[in-house]
Design a protein around this ligand. Structure first.
Ligand code: NAD
Length: 468
């Protein structure tokens, strides 16, 4: 038995069995989580399918009202959500609080959106109107870096548009999603939201299920490819938010110390486990040493500790597999470049990696080419601006990127040449539920957030009326 329950058809339920949930700050289990089997998955999809006709028939304003009630209920228990998030995910408590507030804000933002019909033509000969209908059952699959925020990015638009949902969190961060499920059980009609957990074994069944109309997936590019394949048989709609390898290009007119500080923040947020943190920095040769020295100082000064302790700036990485992957990557980096700070795991319990700066490294090093997903930043030198744009674009990923410069127009011109879905100028990681977010190249497909993100949960249809 676990204190935490799945949500299926409005009922909080035990699973087919249980798995341990590990606190990454200790490496030890602190709770158990129920996991579903194929029969429970089928029940969840059937419940969502049965709930769809009534839910989709309700006025949009009703559904918006229920989203607001969910946001209110989450706000009332924000501290509990934050503590649980730190325990299962590892991020410092203040950052966990920010994720919860962001999630609440996202629900409220979607509650304020509309899907009005768009009149495309209206004259004596006829009228053409585009309307939008919900799709049906949405499978919402989330990763372990922002389990609460990323779930709301999907639930907000899916529910507002009139869809019903089967959500599946990552097996290492399931508990905050289940806590949210307990709120849904009190507020929503049965079956509108169902939350099941797994051991990384139900994704295929969920994404190929004949009664699922759309898959909204956030995770790695490798799994994203499997999702597309699984969805192909019934031509499900898919939105894929996948991996990234964001470049930051620093221009030669910046203050190197002030910019290094911002780049450090943009690289180390959530211990570097964000799809859109800075994963490689390109710095002009003329300021390279001073820039690397400041990054090194910041990495050495950062407080790395259990996220539950006050004052922690960087927590552990989220799970053992990611910890082992990072250790192997760092061992390679010592051969491919110069480790200016960090470079190893901390000598303590839990999955802690010392904030790492790698300098004098080449573009083909694994630490530059691959998505590290840890508190690690390679810093590369450049002399020619056209060449550095080419180097930044020489990636299969295209999620985010940033350009840093005092001359805004020049920086924006360079930014417009980066092949990513979002390119920031003098900032990184600035996301909003009101602004569409999408990956170029192998970083994804379709949009999340904003009105474009909402539309992804609908089927557009044209009403074409003849007159006269
Ligand atoms: P992952 O792909 O391993 O897992 C993501 C989710 O998919 C988990 O819930 C997992 O259980 C599930 N899954 C596993 N196999 C599946 C299958 N065959 N079919 C369907 N679902 C399956 O990713 P992760 O390691 O949990 O997360 C890290 C990755 O997520 C990084 O690459 C990161 O960049 C990416 N990410 C992207 C965004 C974005 O918005 N673009 C945001 C956060 C994270």
């Amino acid at each position: 038995m676990s204190d935490h329950k799945l949500l299926i058809n409005g009922v909080l339920r035990d699973g087919a069995r249980h798995i341990d949930v590990v606190n990454p700050a200790t490496g030890a289990a602190f709770a158990t989580c129920p996991v579903a089997d194929l029969a429970l998955l089928d029940e969840a999809v059937a419940a969502a399918k049965a709930a769809f006709p009534a839910w989709s028939a309700r006025p949009l304003a009703d559904r918006a009202g229920l989203l607001t009630r969910l946001a209110d209920a989450m706000q009332a228990r924000a501290a509990e959500f934050g503590r649980l998030l730190t325990l299962e995910q590892g991020k410092p408590l203040d950052q966990a609080g920010m994720e919860i507030m962001g999630a609440i804000f996202t629900l409220r933002a979607f509650a304020g959106m509309k899907l009005d019909p768009v009149v495309q033509k209206d004259d004596a000969k006829g009228k053409v109107v585009e309307i939008r209908r919900p799709l049906g059952v949405v499978a919402a699959i989330t990763p372990w870096n922002y389990p609460v925020m990323l779930l709301m990015n999907k639930l907000g638009p899916a529910l507002l548009a009139g869809n019903t949902v089967v959500a599946k969190p990552a097996p290492t961060t399931p508990l905050t999603s289940l806590l949210f499920g307990a709120l849904c059980a009190e507020i929503l009609p049965p079956g509108v939201v169902n939350i099941i957990c797994d051991e990384n074994d139900l994704g295929q069944a969920l994404t190929s299920h004949p009664n699922v109309a759309k898959v909204s997936f956030t995770g790695s590019t490798a799994t994203g490819r499997k999702v597309m394949q699984a969805a192909a048989a019934t031509l499900k709609r898919v939105t894929l938010e996948l991996g990234g390898n964001d470049a930051a290009i620093v221009l030669d007119d910046v203050d190197p110390i002030a910019t290094a500080r911002k780049i450090f923040q943009g690289a180390m947020a959530n211990a570097g486990q964000v799809c859109v943190v800075i994963k490689r920095a390109y710095v002009p040769e003329m300021m390279y040493d001073i820039f690397c020295d400041e990054l090194t100082r910041l990495a050495q000064a950062a407080v790395v500790d259990d996220g539950s302790r006050q004052g922690t700036q960087i927590g552990p990485v989220q799970n053992r597999a990611q910890f082992e992957k990072l250790k192997a990557l760092l061992a390679d980096s010592a051969r491919d470049g110069k480790i200016a700070a960090g470079g190893t795991a901390l000598d303590r319990e839990g999955f802690f990696i010392a904030p790492t700066i790698v300098r004098d490294v080449t573009d083909d090093a694994a630490i530059v080419r691959d998505e590290q997903f840890g508190p690690v930043l390679p810093v590369l030198k450049y002399t020619d601006l056209d060449e550095v744009v080419e180097r930044a674009n020489a990636s299969d990923y295209g999620l985010g990127g940033s350009v840093w410069g005092t001359d805004e127009e020049r920086a924006a011109d360079v930014a417009a040449r980066l092949q990513s879905g979002t390119i920031w100028v003098n900032q990184h990681l600035a996301l909003s539920p009101m602004i569409a977010f999408r990956g170029a190249k192998q970083s994804g497909m379709g949009a999340e957030l904003g009105l474009d993100g909402l539309k992804e949960y609908t089927q557009a249809a044209i009403l074409n009326i003849k007159r006269g």
